[in-house]
Write a protein that binds this ligand. Structure first.
Ligand code: GAL
Length: 430
């Protein structure tokens, strides 16, 4: 697709999303601080506001300000999990040639098929050379932020998406083991249901949270190799394995809380924290939320296992920041990116965020039991790109899948869901 056409379709996708967002949750959390008067602000754009989300970012900004007290920083975060609202605000700003100095973007298709293909990003190979980063980030990650040999952003973290969190007390009191397979999941879920305990907490007020579960079911059913073939078009969405995954997902929906559509991801995780539900399938930003905000203890109050059938597999979500074309203070942006990509920056951010450092040489002692185990798992696991979090497929496709999943959660019509996935997959060939 030509640049202009791609650009229009990106803007349309995002502005559709914006129309649907309420002004409350889309409110900007702009807070400027420090720096010389009259100097261009370094505007850092993300969706990290509120519980479980903002602590890591604040620690990173603090570190940057200690190093560069003369550069004023503006934290321009827009609330809404997985960028529900931020992405739409970003698109309209990019369209109006008013980019933030730097913005949160997932490595993979969201960056490469989105902003890079639209010609909106500056390459950062010189920064990687200068900072000696080429062998400090895993090659798999550098590939996710590169297109045609040029590197376009700096990963601040690696989140794991395929995690099942569970309430330890509920499991212990009921003599249950965390499920490793789908069969075990349903056995455990039936026992919990019989006791009047909600087995699985879901908060899909923002529909991506249900897509998040669905992608882990796809991974657990197809395995990494076939899962990846979905995004290259080598495996069709009407394949028997996909149907099997959709049926499993449908069955899982029999075990969720009734008020799922009025909760966001934090509200759902909270059900598990309070013992009102037993399990939650969500990325490991939940750990940041449990530990920082709810003061829960890892492996005491809550436990974690890979989602059913995904042991040895790692659904990769990486938050990255780049340099948009046309910003007024590119040198300041590069200074920020250099801090974000440093060992110190990564170790300020990730222990609080729940993610692991993107760098291979970070200080492991700064991470808790969960972080240490995840750092180890990442080294040996088979990696799979997340769909719900922008790496596997372009934004246009993700938006359509989110809409389809949202309908499926209430209607549970397998055929119509598969048909929609098949027709949406035309987006993958663009
Ligand atoms: C993801 C993002 C995470 C976390 C999560 C919930 O897309 O990569 O860092 O913020 O959304 O908002």
């Amino acid at each position: 697709m030509k640049k202009k056409g791609l650009w229009l379709s990106l803007a349309l996708t995002f502005s559709l999303a914006l129309t649907g967002c309420n002004s409350d949750s889309a409110s900007k959390n702009t807070s400027g601080s420090g720096g010389e008067k009259g100097k261009e602000k370094l505007e850092i754009f993300s969706w990290w506001t509120g519980a479980g989300e903002e602590d890591g970012l604040k620690a990173l900004i603090k570190l940057f300000q200690e190093k560069y007290p003369d550069i004023p920083v503006e934290n321009a975060a827009v609330a809404g999990g997985a960028g529900t609202n931020a992405k739409a605000v970003l698109a309209s700003r990019m369209q109006g040639n008013d980019p933030p100095a730097t913005f949160q973007v997932h490595g993979g298709a969201e960056l490469n098929a989105g902003w890079v293909a639209a010609g909106k990003m500056e390459p950062l190979n010189d920064l990687y050379e200068k900072e000696g980063w080429m062998d400090k980030f895993p090659k798999s990650l550098i590939d996710m932020v590169s297109k045609d040999g040029k590197i376009y952003s700096v990963p601040v973290n690696i989140h794991r998406g395929n995690v099942l969190w569970y309430n330890k007390k509920i499991f212990d009191e009921n003599g249950l083991q965390p499920p490793k397979t789908f069969d075990e999941f349903f056995q455990v879920a039936d026992k919990l249901k019989a006791k009047g305990i909600t087995p699985l907490a879901l908060g899909d007020k923002e529909p991506w949270a249900a897509t998040h579960i669905f992608e882990t079911v796809l991974l657990g059913t197809l395995g990494v190799d076939d899962y990846k073939k979905l995004w290259t078009g080598e495996l069709s969405f009407d394949d028997a394995k996909v149907k099997e995954a959709v049926n499993t997902f449908k069955k899982m929906l029999n075990y969720i809380n009734e008020d799922h559509s009025s909760r966001n991801w934090q509200d759902a995780a909270q059900l598990v924290a309070k013992g009102e539900a037993a399990m939650n399938i969500m990325g490991d930003w939940v750990k940041g939320y449990f530990v920082n905000d709810l003061k829960l203890k890892v492996n005491e109050d809550f436990g974690y296992v890979p989602t059913p059938n995904t042991d040895g597999q790692f659904m990769v979500i990486t938050d990255t920041f780049g340099l948009p074309k046309g910003v007024k203070n590119p040198d300041d942006v590069k200074k920020f990116l250099a801090v974000l990509g440093s060992v110190e920056g990564q170790d300020a951010f990730n222990p609080l965020k729940g993610s692991i450092p993107a760098r291979i040489d970070a200080d492991v002692s700064k991470y808790d039991e969960y972080g240490k185990a995840t750092i180890e798992d990442f080294k040996t696991a088979k990696l799979a790109p997340s769909l719900a979090h922008g790496s596997a497929a372009p934004e246009g496709f993700v938006t359509k899948v989110n809409q389809a999943v949202n309908i499926f959660v209430t209607q549970k019509d397998v055929k119509s869901f598969i048909d929609t996935l098949v027709s949406a997959s035309a987006e993958l060939k663009k």
